[in-house]
Write a protein that binds this ligand. Sequence first.
Ligand SMILES: Cc1cc2nc3c(=O)[nH]c(=O)nc-3n(C[C@H](O)[C@H](O)[C@H](O)COP(=O)(O)O)c2cc1C
Length: 230
Amino acid sequence: MPHTPSEDTATDRTALVVVAHPRPDSLTAHIARLTTRRLTGAGYRIDLLDLAADGFDPRMTEADLPDWNNREKTYSPEVESHMRRVLAADVIVAVFPVYWMHAPAILKGWIDRVWNYGFAYGRSKPRLAGKRMLWLGLAGAADDDELVGIMQQSLSAQLDDGIAYYCGMAHSSVGLLAGAEEKPQRVDAEGNLRLDEALTGATRDAHYAALEAKATGFVDDFVAGDRVAA
Ligand SMILES: Cc1cc2nc3c(=O)[nH]c(=O)nc-3n(C[C@H](O)[C@H](O)[C@H](O)COP(=O)(O)O)c2cc1C
């Protein structure tokens, strides 16, 4: 039975929603707004972090490199302020386009700089312990492209195991939204990228409605899991 967040909105929890796309009219930004509405409806306070709009620089700086001899290091003021936002969040939802089967550079750089030594890892009790994470990745590959299964495994290994669980988070999952392009992409047996015919009319509407429903399902399942754990 689908979960209906409006039934009980008694949470007193904060969700940090991290958006990693340069265009506010992108499908990624649209799914981020849908996610935010869903979380708000379920009673979360929202802290919206739009990395591109904020001009976040993903490049590592000397000030933000770990000092392996000092886990109490004070990092740059920008990074320290991001750390406070991460600490204040009970759950974190990142919404991003999949680039080369990875998180895009701006999101990866946010993790590199902010989820730093002595803060996110390197302590017997990690500061992120108990937090819950959802990674919502949009991908241009067609839903039935065989690469999608590999992409799911690869993203889960990088993001769930390599980052969230390494930092002691209580739960992490990757919601992969394939078929994000109007011309679904697939790689043929010879390794050539093939673009399908552009979706139009009712087929297009149904396609994006299904993608939205899938995104909503990921968010609702995540919220339901948070309720059980809280
Ligand atoms: C640099 C770059 C790399 C990409 N790599 C992948 C990829 O590895 N797999 C995939 O399915 N789609 C890939 N895509 C397609 C994007 O995932 C797709 O364009 C995006 O999710 C569509 O959402 P948007 O309209 O919000 O940008 C890539 C796109 C770009 C620009």
